[in-house]
Ligand binder design. Sequence first.
Ligand code: CP
Length: 368
Amino acid sequence: MLAGKSLIAPSDFTVEQLEDLFRLTDDIVKNPEKYARSCVGKILATMFFEPSTRTRLSFEAAMERLGGKVLGFSDPASSSVSKGESIADTIRMMSCYADIAVIRHPYEGAAHVAALHSFIPVINAGDGGHQHPTQTLTDLYTIRAKKGGFDGLTVGLCGDLKYGRTVHSLVNAMIRYENVHFVFISPEELKVPDYVIREIEGSQNCSYSVCVDLDEAIRGGLDILYMTRIQRERFASMEEYERLKGCYILDADKMSRAGEKLIVLHPMPIVNEITGAVDEDPRACYFVQAQYGMYVRMALILTLLGGEHGYPTVSGARMFEKTCVNPRPTGKIPCPNPRCVTHLDPTLPIRTKNGGANCEYCDARIIE
Ligand code: CP
């Protein structure tokens, strides 16, 4: 049962739960009017500490189309965060006003912190360069529609694989399927983080290879080419961004050497990594991918709100109890990742994932 749960990374849902969600999405796409009053009386809170077009507006459209209402902010300067309020206190307050919350934040692990302190389901709409699970729902739904399933696919992932949260989440989801092979196409400076590689190595039968040359990867035979933007906002050095920004450009010439069955995906926004001519190619699926986003998010909201039955709400007394369960600890956090939320809020407790070696918030290796 997913009612009342949060979504921080795609692996929070089992493969079976994902399939249930996609079946619900199929029905919403076919019969939207059936769901037009499903969320009457419910409120979605949107907390966007970073810019967004697709994610925020598709969530808002999704809740409106379900008959619910939306409140929130898209500019942190207009919230009390600008006065120094913590993520924990902000979500505690949002929990009093809304039934479900969506958060995007530049620090890695911020959504997890919100979920730890929330009394309502929290959906991670992107935490820095870490994870973006609802983009993955959109990606998977598109792949399912275009390829009929996930087993045995060869997936090329190209561009900023270091800070590319959509890439990390897509791998996190797809390693649960059979014989998926990932081809990581990036310069050395933007290679995929070690924790993502370890996830593949820990999977049953998925594999990966690395490649610097996009043309070579295309000629090697791909089922999916997942292009990503080189993200200026993630670079500490503008000099490095300027050097890398045009490193991959997918154009009609490269597409002429790709297989007929290839599909091209992109989480968008596209800056210059795909030329306009490719938009006309029937193998370019990124606009329909973005369109599916709203329907998948409608299914997600319904699922986490528990459909007709709803999820058990938390009383004021329980709220106080939960506040005590997560006391404000003190101490220095040794996460080596400067983009980890523990560097934004040094009062957060040291946590390792499942008692292992990686930071519970951002997945960086803490213990060697
Ligand atoms: N794909 C995606 O996250 O787009 P936005 O940044 O516009 O939300």
